[in-house]
Design a protein around this ligand. Structure first.
Ligand code: SAH
Ligand code: SF4
Length: 369
């Protein structure tokens, strides 16, 4: 079977060319062709000698996963459904804003962690995505957006990045697919590929503590942590991984991470669930909990999906909750709901998952604490 070059980070590409007896700069050229120009056809790589192009075509491919659908919401948010084989599909979302363009990337087909308010979690889990399937989402979106920008009058000037930020916040728990996610993020950061700074690549985790420490050592990008509850009793229910890595351990890992992080704070995500975690007492508990961790809060109004069993907190409750945190000196943002008319908002990404865990057949009762 041919080697898929989309699976290789810069170091692996260099090895591939070294083993083929080619000069190291060829690896850089190829990375640029693939990731900067979005080229998948060796015969169009005009600065490579013809024999090399033929040699590559005989032994390798550049194969991104297939796009099943491409939908744009009323607010400009765009969602791709991407086939990753065997009945599974994942979703990738582009969120345009005036000062940036953010791509939300998936890391797994489904998710095994079963957070109670998450549509991906409800789908169960099939498998980890490969590097090609993860970086392929950025490859597909960059190509599609560049093609459209070239057509649109007055669009982004040539050379300006349309995707300025990547967030690993799509389907799946990125730290549960550590090696492939790190290899894909290295490509996002590589100057010969996407050239994003570490501050502009954010990984969101539900809190796999040993993997947070590994990330700190191997590829410290901006870190977001899905907190969602101010005490272990409630978090054990909402985010079940908390039973393995409780809050005290998670917050200690966040503090350690900050030594190497590209930003001097961790972002805590907190989904606002009506009557579950959105009271004044929860906000006050949170203040005590994060006292020693430089952080910002991102409140996420719950995005509903069928049979979730939860309701979004009323706007006034979110405002009051934010006010308590802000009065104590914390920086708090409330995430705008984007793309919900095409089910592209946080937590609504479901794709298509052939559940191997059979979770979808289990009935789970949730009692708000
Ligand atoms: N698995 C990772 C990243 C993917 S989810 C994690 O859990 O952090 C990205 C964010 O959306 C997380 O903070 C997640 O908890 C949140 N989220 C999940 N379901 C949601 C929903 N229905 N409404 C709002 N946010 C949700
Ligand atoms: Fe998985 Fe994140 Fe959803 Fe939890 S919130 S089930 S970790 S994708």
């Amino acid at each position: 079977m041919s080697l898929n070059l989309l699976n290789l980070d810069a170091a692996q590409m260099a090895n591939f060319f070294a083993e083929a007896g080619e000069k190291p700069f060829r690896a850089k050229q190829l990375l640029r062709w693939i990731h900067q120009y979005g080229e998948a056809d060796f015969s169009r790589m005009s600065d490579l000698a013809k024999p090399l192009r033929e040699k590559l075509a005989a032994s390798a491919v550049i194969a991104a996963p297939q796009v099943v659908s491409d939908t744009t919401a009323a607010d400009g948010t765009r969602k791709w459904l991407i086939d990753v084989g065997n009945g599974n599909a994942v979703e990738t979302v582009f969120i345009p804003e005036t000062d940036r363009g953010t791509l939300c990337v998936s890391s797994q087909a489904g998710c095994a962690l079963d957070c109670k308010f998450c549509s991906t979690g409800k789908q169960g889990f099939n498998r980890n995505l490969s590097v090609a399937e993860i970086i392929g989402q950025l490859w597909i979106a960059s190509r599609a957006l560049a093609r459209d920008a070239a057509k649109a009058p007055g669009a982004a000037p040539k050379g300006e990045r349309i995707i300025s930020n990547v967030v690993m916040m799509g389907m799946g728990e990125p730290l549960a697919n550590f090696d492939s996610v790190v290899a894909a993020m290295r490509l996002m950061l590589d100057d010969n590929a996407y050239g994003l700074s570490r501050r502009r690549v954010t990984l969101s985790t539900s809190g796999i503590v040993p993997a947070i420490d590994r990330l700190r050592e191997t590829c410290p990008v901006a870190l977001a942590v899905s907190l969602h509850a101010p005490n272990d009793a409630l978090r054990d229910v909402l985010v079940p991984i908390n039973r393995k890595y409780p809050l005290a351990e998670l917050l200690a890992a966040c503090r350690r991470y900050l030594d190497k992080a590209p930003r001097d704070f961790v972002t805590f995500e907190y989904v606002m669930l009506d009557g579950v975690n959105d009271g004044a007492e929860h906000a006050r508990q949170l203040l005590a909990l994060v006292r020693d961790v430089p952080c910002k809060f991102n409140l996420i109004p719950f995005n509903p999906f069928p049979n979730s069993g939860f309701k979004r907190s009323p706007r006034e409750a979110i405002r009051r909750f934010a006010e308590i945190l802000i009065s104590a000196g914390l920086v708090v943002t409330t995430r705008k709901t984007r793309g919900d008319d095409i089910d592209a908002a946080c937590g609504q990404l479901a794709g298509r998952v052939d559940d191997k865990t059979r979770r979808t057949r289990r009935v789970v009762e949730i009692q708000p604490c």
